[in-house]
Design a protein around this ligand. Structure first.
Ligand SMILES: [Zn+2]
Length: 113
């Protein structure tokens, strides 16, 4: 399961950050997840629940920021919202579309104690 390895690396990264700040535990973890990142949110939440056991994140509040997908047409430069990676430009119908936002998956912030 792809989400399990993602959850594991989120936990590892957060713990590394916390240790760099001599923290004892993590109170809050804020994640940014793009709607085009290919993440199954419910699977990720489920995976995180099991990955945090016995870590500094065990009692942390996990806050999720969902980022909607955005693209821009390479021909007419029209920006638009999208929830799929395969698009044509809504203004001119061009296939020269670039995804500009929504593929991110990152730790936005952590609050340590
Ligand atoms: Zn266009």
């Amino acid at each position: 399961m792809h989400e399990l390895s993602i959850a594991q690396s989120i936990v590892d990264l957060a713990e590394e950050q916390a240790r760099n700040h001599q923290a004892q535990c993590i109170e809050e973890l804020e994640l940014e997840i793009g709607s085009l990142a290919g993440i199954e949110i419910s699977a990720l939440e489920f995976a995180l629940e099991s990955c945090v056991k016995g870590t500094m994140l065990e009692n942390a509040r996990i806050v999720r920021q969902d980022i909607s997908g955005e693209g821009r047409c390479g021909d007419c430069e029209t920006p638009f919202f999208t929830d799929t990676l395969l698009n044509t430009c809504p203004a001119c119908g061009s296939y020269m579309v670039k995804i500009t936002r929504g593929k991110e998956l990152r730790i936005k912030s952590i609050v340590v104690k």
